[in-house]
Design a protein around this ligand. Structure first.
Ligand code: ATP
Ligand code: MG
Length: 372
């Protein structure tokens, strides 16, 4: 069993940087958990703490049912694959994979069996006698994975292992890591700043910001119900449209006013709006949920009249940038409904797809139609 558990883990670096701020998370045995967040949010530090390469300032770390705060990295049964995986240039692929096992005094026959097994899994059997400089980037990455696999660890830690690869190879390798995870039946923690990688690979994802885990959930749940404004803007591409404004009373209903637009809020949103007494609210709508509507349908929020400013044609669909006053709203249009520059469109969002956040606390304001 190799659950990984962090309880109230904080890391303060000399100079006062709090890289990890009271993080608690539980990665169950055999889960692939992705840690995602912008540069500097503390992802690598969390991994290094789990690996034992960094000593945390507060809290406890468990691997399996063992408290490992004081356990040396080599005794944690963990393998880590880094972005800069630094293969030994003068050694063959075989020797690169065998090296760690030799240091640990494995027998020649054990080493041979493990290297061949890993090479088989990674389909690099034909490359074993080559040197790293004779390999492509993707092949080198596989060797780095192989070096971790031969150790038969119960936990794998990956720190942006694909970021040196080109886009096509990254897509291929991320699928291979997911398959590898299923095949090896191990616990994996995978760090990336790429939200697409997180969405596609993680069984669950932990979204980090400034040392704090903002949300930990299944990818679709995070996508559909981001816990706060930061997560809302970070997960999803193109990013969610977010408009800040103030909600006030008008003619018995609520009205949202921003710098550039005034939106009548349907009464169905009243209970949500009341959750935020100070009235400073951010409205969020994903580009795929915004649509031009001739006559606004009941049960939708009308964002306003917009002028199309830019159209990015992707083939099957287009990403349209339209202006409402000074605010830009981005939405997706199907191939046969793509407007032209300068066209006028009325934009609306189905109410069930409207996200509301308290602008001060950034927290999500929940409404009942979220549950549908
Ligand atoms: N050894 C160190 N000494 C002081 N500060 C550090 C040290 N290592 C990291 N930090 C700081 O801790 C914070 C978190 O760093 P970390 O490397 O964990 O971020 P990250 O999420 O992995 O970022 P990236 O996506 O750029 O790799 C940053 O502000 C960083 O500058
Ligand atoms: Mg990092």
């Amino acid at each position: 069993m190799a659950d990984v558990i962090l309880k109230g883990v904080t890391k303060r670096f000399p100079g006062g940087v709090v890289a990890v701020d009271n993080v608690s998370l539980h990665v169950p045995d055999r889960e692939l958990l992705v840690l995602v967040g912008p540069s500097g949010c503390g992802k690598t530090t969390v991994l290094r703490i789990v690996a034992g390469l960094e000593r945390h300032s507060e809290g406890d770390v468990y691997v399996g049912d063992r408290l490992v705060n004081e356990v040396a990295p080599k005794d944690r049964d963990i393998a880590m694959v880094f972005q800069n995986y630094a293969l030994y240039p003068h050694m063959t692929v075989y020797d690169n994979m065998a090296f760690g096992l030799k240091l640990r005094k494995f027998s020649k026959s054990d080493i041979d069996a493990r290297v061949k097994e890993a090479a088989d899994i990674l389909e690099i059997g034909a490359l074993l006698s080559r040197k790293p400089k004779e390999l492509s980037g993707g092949q080198r990455q596989r060797v780095a994975l192989g070096r971790a696999i031969v150790r038969h660890p119960t936990v794998f830690l990956f720190d942006e292992p694909l970021s040196n690869l080109d886009a096509r190879l990254r897509v291929q390798m991320r699928a291979e890591i997911v398959k590898l995870h299923a095949r090896l039946g191990v616990t994996m923690m995978y760090v990336t700043h790429d939200q697409t990688e997180a969405m596609t690979m993680g069984q669950r994802i932990a979204v980090m910001h400034k040392g704090v885990v903002r949300q930990l959930d299944r990818p679709l749940e995070v996508y559909r119900r981001p816990a706060d404004r930061f997560v809302a803007g970070f997960i999803g591409t193109p990013s969610m449209n977010l408009v800040e404004g103030t909600v006030g009373q008008s003619d018995g209903g609520f009205v949202f006013r921003s710098e550039s637009t005034t939106i009548d809020l349907p009464s169905a949103l009243d209970p949500v709006v009341r959750l935020c007494p100070h009235g400073e609210v951010t409205i969020g709508a994903r580009p795929e949920d915004v649509a031009p509507a001739g006559v606004p349908a009941a049960g939708s929020l009308v964002l306003g009249d917009a002028v199309v400013e830019l159209v990015e044609m992707l083939g099957n669909e287009a990403v349209v940038h339209a202006k409402i006053g000074r605010a830009t709203v981005v939405y997706k249009a199907a191939g046969d409904e793509v407007p032209g520059r300068g066209d006028r469109v009325k934009l609306s969002v189905p109410l069930s797809r409207v996200h509301l956040f308290d602008s001060k606390s950034e927290a999500r304001l929940e409404h009942s139609s979220d549950r549908s």
